[in-house]
Design a protein. Structure first.
Length: 505
């Protein structure tokens, strides 16, 4: 299929792969339409003005019909991996609805990125994650629309969950007692090769309706990957001691303890690594030829990913997609929204600095900069969140200085940003209710500004009310300290005289 004038529908554009695929398709000459449940999350993407963004959901046939009108190629890049015990049924229903809608719309091709399954293992014995990926691929292949299912094992790229897991485990643990799956053979692939093949799959002949195994040139164990990462990162050789008693469940706790990847995502990753996943064929190269140096070797893939991290040029992260199971309701404008209470904590500080200096501090909050108040309280809240399966504080930031709508920021997500004026964060920690944190930079004349901060909490049931009042005594320390230190840091940064900034952590 030629790219001239062809329209590609990309689902999952707010996610790790989808967010990187869109600009690759545009560069290849395709027109792109993005399907998103919350289109506002794509507003600040650098390519947002070059694509058509439509509201819709892969489980809603009514929203898919208009989204698929005039589409030539549809990319299916969504899954319900961490949405709870019923994720297999959700994935099954979504794939069925999507395939039916694509056939009804006359779409010429579906492209799906799935997981590489181990040879010789019955599907019923696979982990729920791999089993669901295989089932989704089969449903799409049987949809009546020519489908290409690209099956990858471990994807290596800056910000990918697999790379972040590898990076943190290797950097933080010079000596490791590890699960036995570190000795299992796998065939990783660089994210650049995944994107190249996804774009190329749009041009497959119409009669092609099949799966393709995709992988890099190296077949290694996870232990090998850690040692090779250590070498590239100039770390000493790691001592790795595999033990058989670490089950996938225990492994997920271990991964969640050491890395930013939450247990809900770590478990399916660990389960997948129990099996040997090696490509049985490389037929995709007949249709999408490998260029010089392609596919990338493991060392080159690790080097490129690490370089992007160190240069703060990570375009998407594993946390780019919203965390399933957390609230996504927009901020209520009415205190009686949904018939309940809306608790607020408001702090205002005069700042001896212009608004742009104050804004730089606001936009740089979180991650390595911290939260400008009582570090122990934030750390404890992060640990408690991880203990109950939440994301905790370790997600950090995609970029050290700039934020955009949809970015994850520790256990918050950017819901709204008005550059120079407002940053609104929505909580993604486990809470008995919905929570937001707003920070404003407002001019007050004569080169000065006013910092206004508002925390909001909409409780859910009696437990929600109890939660608010139980933490209320700490607000003066946490929220009051935050407002005071943000104002002090902005003033120090704007002062022509050398000054010691307030502690950020």
């Amino acid at each position: 299929m030629a790219s001239d004038g062809a329209v590609c529908l990309v689902t999952g554009a707010t996610g790790y792969i989808g967010g990187r695929l869109v600009p690759e398709l545009l560069a290849a000459g395709f027109r792109v339409r993005c399907l998103a449940r919350t289109p506002e999350k794509l507003r600040d993407q650098p390519w947002a003005q070059d694509v058509e963004i439509v509201r819709g959901d892969v489980t809603d046939a009514g929203s898919l019909a208009p989204a698929m009108a005039g589409v030539d190629v549809a990319y299916y890049l969504v899954h319900a991996l961490t949405s709870g015990a019923g994720f297999e049924e959700t994935d099954r229903r979504a794939a069925t609805v999507f395939g039916d809608a694509a056939r009804a719309a006359g779409i010429g091709r579906i492209v799906y990125l799935g997981g590489l399954t181990p040879a010789g293992v019955p599907e019923r014995e696979l982990s729920p994650h791999l089993r669901s990926r295989a089932e989704v691929g089969r449903i799409l292949l049987e949809s009546g629309v020519p489908t290409a299912v690209l099956r990858a094992a471990v994807i290596i790229g800056s910000g990918s969950a697999s790379f972040e897991m590898l990076r943190y485990l290797t950097e933080r643990l010079p000596v490791m007692v590890t699960p036995s799956w570190v000795s299992t053979r796998i065939q990783p692939i660089a994210v650049r090769d995944v994107l190249r093949l996804l774009v190329g799959a749009a041009r497959l002949p119409r009669e092609v309706n099949r799966t393709f195994d995709i992988g890099g040139p190296d077949i290694v164990t996870y232990r090998d990957m850690m040692q090779r990462y250590a070498k590239i990162a100039h770390l000493p050789h790691r001592l790795i001691l595999p033990v058989p008693m670490l089950t996938p469940g225990l492994s997920s706790h271990w991964i969640g303890l050491i890395t930013p990847v939450p247990r809900s995502l770590a478990r399916p990753l660990a389960e997948s690594l129990r099996y040997e996943v090696v490509c049985a064929e490389h037929d995709i190269s007949r249709y999408v030829p490998d260029g010089p140096g392609q596919p990338f070797g493991l060392d080159k893939a690790l080097e490129l990913a690490l370089q992007r991290v160190r240069e703060a040029r990570v375009t998407t992260r594993w946390s780019s997609a919203s965390v399933p199971g957390v609230p996504s309701d927009p901020l209520p404008s009415d205190p009686d929204w949904a018939g309940g209470s809306l608790y607020t904590d408001v702090r205002v500080r005069a700042v001896d600095a212009p608004p742009d200096a104050l804004w730089r501090v606001i936009e740089g909050i979180g991650g390595d900069h911290g939260w400008y108040s009582f570090p122990l309280a934030w750390a404890v809240r992060g640990w408690l969140d991880r203990l109950v399966g939440g994301v905790g504080l370790r997600r950090g930031r995609r970029d050290t200085d700039r934020l955009r709508v949809g970015d994850s920021l520790d256990f918050w997500r950017v819901e709204e940003i008005e550059p120079g004026r407002l940053l609104r964060l929505r909580a993604e920690m486990r809470l008995p209710g919905l929570a937001w944190l707003e920070m404003y930079a407002e001019p007050s004349g004569a080169g000065r500004s006013r910092y206004r901060q508002r925390a909001l909490f909409h409780p859910r049931g009696l437990l929600g009310h109890a939660y608010w009042w139980s933490v209320w005594p700490f607000h003066s320390v946490v929220f009051g300290g935050m407002a005071r230190n943000i104002a002090r840091t902005a003033a120090a940064a704007a002062s022509p005289e050398p000054a010691r900034p307030a502690a950020a952590r």
